[in-house]
Design a binder for this molecule. Structure first.
Ligand code: ACO
Length: 445
């Protein structure tokens, strides 16, 4: 499956003929270590005075990367070469963070040092408590995340020099360490409970559950099954190559913006229901369906071209096969429900039946629409007692390491340029300006 390393142009070329002028252009073909070949169009405009047109970037590679590989046809996902199901089964989240950031699995000493280094940064600057208090109590926690993470750049000036590798690494550790604290504080603020400070003797997932669910009045013991399930969800969401939010982080960072501002931009992009917001949308949809007997009506609506309704948690831009993360989560979902003794969870019954019906339906089969990772993560979060509005926040917590790994890779890439797409202009050609007093009254139709 492996080919020669990338970067070097192969001798292969792609010939493109302009049928208007009869001129032909030879475009170099680049080869990655895996995946489709890439036609290099960097000189295309200079040579042809034409742009390529690809809204939604369905045929466009925006960067060279060594971090995550996806084969959507086969349902393969690798972090630095390691299959996602193996990592979910045998690794843990902090090890995966190290792998994504540094490219190799850590030795036991490296892992210990990394965990200590990250946990050193779990607390927030105390002044940020007041920043939280400026939000309405009923703010959506993703709105709070965008604001607070962006505001970190106003607090940690000593890690915003992006030309300094040490600054970049400290900012990366800070973001990974502080995201669970910010997420749990957003929740506590909503429900009017005091903020809970992090506990560095707990692991990453345990500490998050502790900050979310403990209070100063009672002893709190973390449920190890839930901590393990959360750790697995974090691993599964840690990176996913050049998706919308990661591309947003790279694009924001390409101008030289500081890492906290870039990750805030990534969080904003993740929020949408077509991306990270889908896990929240799945739960809302299952609640709206309400009963197994209503499923056929909703499936009918999803198939109706004139109805904007889509089955949330189904379909993926890249996976045209089962999302490998969904396979792992399906199993985890049942483990969590069993361990919590949840036998009759109506939403799960609806989810299972919906999955069965959709997987047997010609519409979904022919369009290769399979359940994606969000289909199951929402049900697990609900069973854990995490409020629906916090689902996408947890996705952001997990994806932060992917964002910072991709951001670091971009800054270190010597061929990196500011991202600046072009357009096909369809507006008015140049017009003569008429001063206001000479314009007639607009006639509304
Ligand atoms: N329900 C019903 N029909 C669907 C669905 C769905 N969930 N998803 C796609 N389709 C249909 C489209 O209507 C379209 O039909 P057409 O060819 O007849 O016009 C066809 O399948 C292809 O869909 P596109 O929107 O062109 O595919 P695209 O790659 O642009 O979109 C996306 C992918 C956004 C994920 C889409 O499948 C979707 O909206 N799914 C629901 C939201 C969701 O679960 N998002 C989570 C993505 S995973 C993640 O971010 C972690």
């Amino acid at each position: 499956m492996s080919k020669k390393p990338s970067k070097e142009a192969s001798r292969e070329t792609f010939t493109l003929t302009d049928n208007r002028s009869g001129k032909s252009y030879e475009l170099p073909v680049l080869k990655g270590t895996m995946g489709p070949d890439v036609v290099d169009v960097r000189k295309f405009y200079a040579d042809t005075k034409c742009f390529t047109f690809d809204p939604g970037y369905t045929s466009t590679g925006s960067c060279e990367s060594k971090i995550t590989f996806i084969d959507g046809e086969k349902g393969v996902l690798l972090y630095r070469g390691y299959p996602i199901d193996v990592l979910a089964e045998q690794s843990d989240f902090t090890e995966v963070c190290y792998l994504l950031l540094y490219g190799e699995l850590p030795s036991p000493e490296q892992k210990q040092k990394f965990e200590t280094g990250v946990s050193f940064h779990t607390m927030l600057h105390e002044q940020l408590n007041y920043f939280f208090r400026g939000f309405r109590r009923d703010s959506h926690p993703m709105a709070v995340m965008v604001g607070v993470v962006g505001a970190l750049s106003a607090f940690y000036h000593d890690s915003t020099d992006i030309t300094d590798p040490k600054h970049r690494m400290v900012a990366s550790y800070r973001l990974i360490a502080k995201m669970p604290t910010i997420a749990a504080m957003a929740h506590k603020y909503t429900i009017g409970q005091p903020f809970v400070y992090p506990r560095n003797d707990l692991n990453y997932a345990e500490n998050f559950l502790y900050m979310m669910f403990s209070n100063p009045c009672e002893e709190f013991v973390v449920n190890p099954v839930l901590a393990k399930a959360l750790d697995r969800i974090l691993i599964l969401h840690a990176d996913h190559e050049q998706n919308a939010s990661t591309s947003t982080v790279r694009l924001a960072g390409s101008s030289g913006a500081n890492p906290f501002a870039c990750i805030a931009a990534g969080i904003a992009s993740l929020w949408g229901p077509a991306h990270g917001g889908a896990n929240e949308a799945v739960l809302n949809m299952l609640t709206e369906i309400g009963d197994v007997k209503n499923i056929p009506d909703f499936v009918k609506r999803a198939k109706d071209k004139n109805d904007p309704f889509r089955l949330m948690g189904f379909g993926h831009r890249v996976y045209k096969n089962f999302d490998p993360r969904a396979r792992v989560l399906e199993k985890t979902c049942h483990e969590v429900l069993d361990s919590l003794g949840i036998k009759d969870e109506p939403l799960l019954d609806i989810a299972v039946e919906l999955e069965r019906i959709a997987l047997e339906d010609d519409y979904f089969i022919s369009k290769k629409l399979y359940p994606n990772v969000d289909f199951y993560s929402g049900i697990i979060f609900k069973a854990m007692g995490i409020p629906t509005s916090l689902f996408t926040v947890l996705f952001a917590v997990a994806r932060t390491v992917g964002w910072v790994a991709q951001w670091n890779e971009m800054i270190e890439d010597p061929s990196q340029k500011i991202g600046r797409p072009r357009q096909m202009f369809m507006g008015a050609t140049e017009r003569k300006y008429t001063p206001l007093h000479k314009r007639g009254r607009a006639v509304s139709s």
